[in-house]
Design a protein around this ligand. Structure first.
Ligand SMILES: *Cc1c(COP(=O)(O)O)cnc(C)c1O
Length: 228
């Protein structure tokens, strides 16, 4: 972990980004590979939503930040089914349900929880073999079974565009994600109601917001470039 930016740098960057955000957009600070000190700086600058993509790293950071009791933790990475229970204990949101198998596992475990975890379905609008997520046809096929996962509160779509697209292609992907959400909502499912669009990262978030993103996940624009 490198402490690349100072506390003042981080709060200045957060302020700068926040000035551009409509009030309807929730800023999630992605703290993967970022130190607990830097995450604390973001908290001091007013951020209350934090995103992590690895369970082990997240738990270590949460322990260091245990005194900050009003953080909402978002899991945004690929979740192995054998870590589903840890994700449910340590996170308020799971953005990355990328298979029916994972949804069923989470649903089974969540039946005992007082509060259903809030979840997004990760979707790939265009083919992107290295990434996890449902293709659009896969998502439609899985929807009836996903709708049976009544212990989960499935209320969003999450997407990560392929790397290196032109602006027009990014815009199309974000718009198609919003249209997919509208189509799902008109489908008459009993539990699933898509109210959140988790899309937009440091390089593309203005386009995601223009297309209707409600949650943006920002890392490097707030904390500096991550070590590889
Ligand atoms: C790392 C990561 C981000 C943040 O990426 P930046 O480009 O640093 O803003 C957002 N979403 C997911 C799923 C990530 O893994």
């Amino acid at each position: 972990m490198t402490a690349s930016l100072s506390v003042d740098d981080i709060s200045a960057r957060i302020e700068q980004v926040r000035q551009t955000l409509p009030p309807s957009v929730r800023l999630i600070a992605v703290t993967k590979k970022v130190s607990a000190e830097a995450a604390r700086a973001a908290y001091m600058a007013g951020v209350r939503d934090f995103g992590e993509s690895r369970i082990q790293e997240a738990i270590a950071k949460q322990t260091e930040l245990a005194d900050l009791t009003d953080i909402t933790w978002h899991f945004i990475g690929h979740l192995q089914t054998n870590k589903a229970d840890q994700a449910l204990t340590h996170f308020d949101w799971i953005h990355s349900i990328d298979s029916l198998k994972l949804a069923r596992r989470l649903n089974h475990l969540a039946a005992d929880l007082p509060r259903p975890p809030q979840c997004c379905l990760q979707v790939k609008i265009v083919s992107d073999p290295p990434k996890y997520g449902f293709s659009v046809p896969e998502l439609w096929r899985a929807l009836p079974a996903l709708d049976q996962c009544a212990a989960l509160s499935i209320m969003g779509l999450m997407t990560i565009p392929p790397y290196g697209l032109a602006v027009a292609e990014l815009q199309t992907i974000f718009q198609q994600t919003r249209e997919l959400a509208d189509n799902i909502n008109q489908h008459g499912l009993s539990h699933i109601q898509i109210q959140q669009l988790s899309m937009g990262m440091s390089a593309d978030y203005p386009f995601a917001i223009a297309a209707g993103a409600t949650m943006i996940r920002l890392g490097s624009v707030l904390f500096g470039e991550r070590p590889i």
